[in-house]
Every structure is written in structure tokens, then in C-alpha cells.
Design a protein around this ligand. Structure first.
Ligand code: ATP
Ligand code: MG
Length: 392
């Protein structure tokens, strides 16, 4: 017997002719994500991912790391043994001893992927179930409402044995790299990291851009954005983070435009500059973290004014979510505690007291005409800092 790891993938199953390509991408992503932990062999057969030949000491770390990889729906440790009934029974009894030596309802589910195996799935389940029932007096067989489901999968290489309830849930989604790249406008807030995670989950590679107003926002605020990027990178591997100096633009807006338009015009600059960066670096869309009505700059009229300045698709995955739902997600992906650190974002420093809630494109364009938009953008783009952010 040896201990191994099995994982199941999700939506890839729906890809007919393309399935091998997605499976290969998923296997490559897993190998890449594990490369700092262990060398290993990753293969995919019949919608199951097998991780083998790894450093057994690291098994829990490997499972934990795999639970962050997009495309997998569950991960489990399993015993792998020879395909004969006496060995299967002995292995299940020994490998699962701690879990089965309890008072509980249980059943055995067997699956025979290797059709040359001489017994049917039902016969395997009945025989193994009977033996386990006898070996562990606390167990009561209950096929309808079991608390413990012992799985026995008979496959080409051998029999895999594990407990279904001990599977670790995966992220779901599609493997990173299966769709193109998009550029995330990453602030230090709660919303945009969640938006980035949601789009990355669909298999999209993520670049990030942050607008930074030194000295109005501190180095700590920048560290916070880098930390948020590194948390997202746990799921996506490396992220390129572009830091764009924003102070000159904000000062020009403050000097030349009515205060009530300040946020809107700032947001328009962010969108235009991000689109330019995106085009330069092969991104096909922008990602932002708005949800309708959350603040004055997120009314439909405000979104219209902001989004009007770019041509590429703008992905706003939080658009219909309540703040509380976004917070729940931020907690579950691990960004929340960093997002609520108090360091100022560039926008909080320059927030108008009474922002325009029902702006019109032509009014904003008129107000914006007081600025040399192109020169301001050119200056900002000439001074972009690139930081390559890795998972912590
Ligand atoms: P968040 O929690 O993501 O900061 P928010 O509710 O504070 O969002 P806004 O400040 O209106 O919303 O910003 C809307 C979106 O614009 C953000 O979700 C983010 O995508 C982008 N954005 C805002 N500020 C910045 C910034 N300094 N750098 C990069 N993107 C930003
Ligand atoms: Mg914000």
C-alpha cells in the first residue's frame, strides 16, 4: 500500500473535442503550483487527476496547495493497493482505522473502472462492507444516510481507497490560461481583489494595475496592494502589478475641475490609462470591482460616464452583489483582513464632499476639457513601475 492523491475536475468535463487540451493545461498548472514543494507526476484519466511520485512527507501541504488551483472541484488523499480482494480489505482496515474505529453509520461505494476486474462494483461493496462491519464493532451499515462513505475505486493501476466525506473542496472554475488575459484595476479596498479572483477563476490570466498618489498615500498603502496581489497570486501563480503614479493627475483635476466631478474624472483617467497598459501587454479586457449603487460613483449614470472612455470589454463581476456577499467572498479567499487595514487609497484622499450622483457624459466631457488629458496620461505612463508579485 502507498498513500497517494486523487483530484476531480469540474467544468472541463463539458469540453468535448477540446478536453485533452484543458486536461493538459490543468496538469501543467498543478505541476507548476507544486514545483516549490516537491517534484511529482501529474496525469489525468477519466476525469480524475492523479498526483504521484511526490515527497510523501509533504502530502498535506500538496493537498492544501491543490485546493487553491482553479479547475479542481475536490482533492483527496487515498491509499493505493493491489487489485485483489484480500489486499483491498487489509488496506481499507489499516489505512482507515482511525476514521472507522467510531460509532457511526457507514456504507461502502465501489467503482470498477477496470472492467477486467472479476467482481462487479456491488459485489466489491458488499464484501468490503461486510468485512469492515466485522472489524469495527461501532460501525452500522446504512446505505441511505451514512455518516461515513468508504470509497473503493478499482482502476488500471490498482485500487484506490478513501473516505468520501474527507475530500477537500476545490476552487471549481477553469484552469488559468484557458482564456486570455485581463487587467485588474486593483485598489486597496475590499471589492477589487474579489473581482480579480472571480474572473481568474474562469481561467483568465490576470495582470493588475494600481494608481498610487505618493505622498498623499503612504508606502504602507503600496505594500498593502502588493500584499493583496500576492494573495490573489496564491490562486493564479505570478501576477504582474503595474503601479501608475497618479498624484499629478489628481492635483490637476483638483485645480481645474469642479469638486463634485473629481471622482468621476479620476475614474475616467484610471480606465483610459488601464486600457492603454492592457493593450500594450496583451490583455483583452479590464476588470473592476463596482456594484450598482454601492457609492455615488457606482450609480448607472456614473458607470456610464466612467465606462464610456474605453473600448475594450469591462468585466464587473460584483455588479449585482450586495456588500455583505462581497465581504463573505473576501473572507473566504483570504483578502479581507488585508483589505481592511487602514492605509489610505489614492481616492479616499481626494474625495469630494458632494459627488455628482447623476452625471451626464456631455457635462463631464466639458469639465474634463479644462485638462490636457493626453499630456497627463503620457506623463503617468512614462513612469510606470512594474512589480512581479509571487504567492506569499
Ligand atoms: P474597492 O473596494 O475595490 O476599492 P470601491 O468600492 O472602493 O472598490 P471605487 O473606489 O469606486 O470602489 O472604485 C471602483 C473600482 O475602481 C475599484 O473596484 C477598482 O477596480 C478601481 N479602483 C479604484 N481605486 C483604484 C486605485 N487606486 N487603483 C486601481 N484601481 C482602482
Ligand atoms: Mg476603493
Amino acid at each position: 500500500m502507498k498513500e497517494t492523491i486523487l483530484a476531480k475536475y469540474g467544468e472541463i468535463i463539458l469540453k468535448r473535442g477540446n478536453r485533452p487540451r484543458f486536461e493538459k493545461l490543468l496538469a501543467d498548472n498543478i505541476k507548476y503550483a507544486l514545483k516549490n514543494i516537491t517534484s511529482c507526476r501529474v496525469t489525468v484519466r477519466q476525469a480524475t487527476v492523479y498526483v504521484e511520485e511526490f515527497d510523501i512527507e509533504k502530502i498535506d501541504l500538496i493537498v492544501e496547495r491543490m485546493s487553491l488551483i482553479f479547475g479542481l472541484v475536490s482533492i483527496t488523499k487515498a491509499a493505493l493497493c493491489e487489485k485483489d480482494m484480500p489486499t483491498i480489505i487489509k488496506t481499507a482496515t489499516e489505512y482507515l482505522r482511525d476514521d472507522l474505529d467510531v460509532n457511526a453509520r457507514f456504507k461502502v461505494e465501489a467503482k470498477r473502472a477496470d472492467k477486467s476486474f472479476p467482481m462487479t462494483s456491488t459485489e466489491v461493496a458488499i464484501e468490503l462492507g461486510g468485512e469492515l462491519d466485522e472489524a469495527f464493532p461501532g460501525l452500522v451499515c446504512d446505505v441511505h444516510e451514512p455518516e461515513i462513505t468508504v470509497k473503493c475505486e478499482i482502476r488500471e493501476v490498482g485500487a484506490y481507497i478513501y473516505i468520501a466525506e474527507k475530500k477537500i473542496p476545490g476552487q471549481g472554475g477553469m484552469p488559468i490560461g484557458s482564456s486570455s488575459k485581463a487587467t485588474l484595476l486593483l485598489s486597496g479596498g475590499i471589492d477589487s481583489p474579489v473581482a480579480g479572483h472571480m474572473i481568474a477563476k474562469r481561467g483568465v490570466t490576470i495582470d493588475a494595475v494600481n494608481f498610487f498618489s505618493f505622498p498623499y498615500t503612504s508606502e504602507r498603502a503600496k505594500e498593502k496592494v502588493i500584499e493583496l496581489a500576492s494573495i490573489i497570486a496564491r490562486y493564479t501563480s505570478k501576477i504582474k502589478l503595474y503601479i501608475v503614479p497618479f498624484t499629478e493627475i489628481q492635483l490637476a483635476i483638483r485645480e481645474k475641475c469642479p469638486e463634485e466631478y473629481m471622482t468621476l474624472i479620476m475614474r475616467r483617467f484610471m480606465m483610459r490609462i488601464s486600457e492603454k497598459l492592457a493593450l500594450d501587454h496583451g490583455s483583452k479586457a479590464l476588470i473592476t470591482g463596482e456594484s450598482v449603487g454601492q457609492v455615488a460613483s457606482q450609480t448607472l449614470a456614473a458607470l456610464d460616464v466612467t465606462n464610456a472612455v474605453v473600448d475594450m470589454p469591462i468585466l464587473q463581476p460584483l455588479i449585482g452583489m450586495d456588500k455583505i456577499e462581497v465581504i463573505d467572498r473576501a473572507v473566504s479567499i483570504g483578502t479581507y483582513d488585508t483589505s481592511i487595514l487602514p492605509y489610505e487609497d489614492c481616492c479616499t484622499v481626494f474625495t469630494p464632499k458632494h459627488p455628482k450622483v447623476n452625471p451626464k457624459r456631455r457635462d463631464v466631457e466639458r469639465v474634463e476639457a479644462a485638462l490636457d488629458v493626453e499630456a497627463l496620461e503620457r506623463a503617468a505612463l512614462s513612469d510606470v513601475e512594474l512589480i512581479e508579485v509571487y504567492p506569499e
